[in-house]
Design a protein around this ligand. Structure first.
Ligand code: AMP
Length: 450
């Protein structure tokens, strides 16, 4: 199967060939003909499957095939709208649009909060064929009268489950009401909760359903391990593991933004270069941290689940669950970041007495027991009493990228087909999810200080 045989034009095939794509991934093989045919689509696919190209390539083709309808206002119309839960995902999708469309005459733009609105307003005055936006900032533009969605031909909801988890449903509904009724709708989601199905029912017209296998769900290439440890020994244990094993490029997950900050500061004091990324950090700070981490000059990146969704990295050598996630599905996402091509990735969880129930939930979803190993010198106190888990970060957080609605209980079905989630998900920090090839290993940590 080749991209050309899927019906894509030479200009598009040339762009993807230059990017080194030799053949379409399964989601692309299935989705591209459907999108080209103009039908609605419900795609079950997560990051790493090639879903972005799966919808972007045929959208580019459709838009370049057809002439622009006459604008209803003085402004040129937006023809395709892609909604994403986070700034990072928006940025990555738009970058893909630019890369794949480099030989076409179509224009694109990102729109998200956390940055000044004025350059966006300016950019909207010129032609924007494809707009990739997070819901909050998009509605700000609508309110200011700087954006017209009345000519949108194609709508994409990317990572729809995450958007619902983040409380964006009301914003999405407001946006849907601004779109022309006659349009093509594409919805992508890694999970299919009742809520996603409801949204799909209200949005999609006789959609084609496409589902591809979850990537890395407990893949054999990921070695998983639990280190039981006392709550107040976690930081020392983490520093010990990193130093002892000479780990570099370690992605560490915490449950809260505050916890991420504190841990990064403490590691830095221990001589391990670390930065936290989460929704309260400025876009610039997040971009810098990520760039340093990818280059290998930053040894440890501490992230919340939602922030990590926006990170364009996977295939890391080490992922550490400093705290277990409230939602088992997030565990699957987290460990999916490890496991380089042809090499074994390592996912280590530091588990204290408070987290026994979370661990049991995860093992149920994974349908396996995760091997447990006490690290000498860090034996947990067998008489320790569990304490309630702190669910919420201190600060209020940046508005953009946050769900605007009230916190709601998590209800998307867990990855491995597990229902009955009991923990509630906080509409925590930032999100957006992506991945890319991580550079080949072998670098040494530089022990950078801040
Ligand atoms: P996505 O699931 O859209 O986030 O894509 C995951 C990664 O796979 C991105 O880094 C893409 O550049 C890459 N990719 C997408 N399609 C292909 C393909 N057909 N061949 C090789 N790499 C691809």
């Amino acid at each position: 199967m080749s991209f050309a045989s899927l019906g894509l034009s030479d200009d598009i095939v040339r762009a993807v060939t230059e990017l080194g794509y030799t053949e379409p991934t399964p989601i692309q093989t299935q989705a591209i003909p459907v999108v080209l045919s103009g039908r609605d689509l419900m795609g079950g696919a997560q990051t790493g499957t090639g879903k972005t190209a799966g919808f972007t390539l045929p959208i580019l083709q459709r838009l370049s095939d057809r002439s622009v309808k006459g604008p209803s206002t003085g402004r040129p119309p937006v023809r395709a709208l892609v909604l994403t839960p986070t700034r990072e995902l928006a940025a990555q999708v738009e970058e893909s649009v630019r890369n794949y469309g480099k030989y076409l005459k179509l224009t694109s733009m990102t729109m998200f909060g956390g940055v000044s609105i004025n350059p966006q307003i300016k950019q909207l005055r010129s032609r924007v064929d494809i707009l990739v936006a997070t819901p909050g900032r998009l509605l700000d533009h609508i309110q200011q009268g700087t954006l017209d969605l009345s000519q949108v031909e194609i709508l994409v909801l990317d990572e729809a489950d995450r958007m619902l988890d983040m409380g964006f449903i009301r914003d999405i509904k407001k946006i849907l009401a601004l779109l022309p009724k006659d349009r093509q709708n594409l919805l992508f989601s890694a999970t299919f909760s009742d809520e996603i199905k409801l949204l799909a029912d209200s949005l999609l017209k006789s959609p084609e359903l496409i589902e591809v296998a979850r990537r890395n769900a407990a893949a054999e290439t990921i070695s998983q391990k639990i280190h039981p440890v006392d709550r107040d020994q976690k930081r020392q244990l983490l520093a010990h593991l990193i130093k002892q094993n000479n780990w570099f490029q370690v992605l560490v997950f915490t449950r809260t933004k505050h916890g991420a900050n504190r841990l990064a500061e403490q590691l830095d004091k221990d001589g391990i270069s670390a930065l936290a990324i989460h929704g309260n950090k400025s876009q610039g700070a997040r971009t810098r941290a990520l760039a340093e981490f990818k280059e290998g000059t930053l040894q440890v990146l501490v992230a919340t689940d939602i922030a990590a969704r926006g990170i364009d990295i996977d295939q890391l050598p080490h992922v550490v669950n400093y705290e277990l996630p409230n939602v088992p599905e997030d565990y699957v996402h987290r460990i999916g970041r490890t496991g380089r091509a042809g090499a074994v990735g390592e996912a280590v969880s530091l588990v204290c007495v408070d987290e026994k129930k979370l661990l049991a939930d995860i093992e149920r979803v994974m349908k396996r027991q995760i091997p447990s190993e006490v690290v000498p010198g860090f034996e947990p106190d067998p008489n320790a009493k569990p304490e309630p888990i702190q669910q919420r970060s201190g600060g209020g957080g940046g508005r953009q990228g946050q769900g605007r609605g009230a916190p709601r209980s998590g209800s998307s079905g867990a990855g491995a087909g597990q229902g009955g989630r009991t923990q509630s998900r906080q509409p925590a920090a930032q999100a957006g999810n992506h991945n890319s090839r991580s550079p080949a290993g072998g670098r040494r940590p530089t022990g950078r200080h801040h």
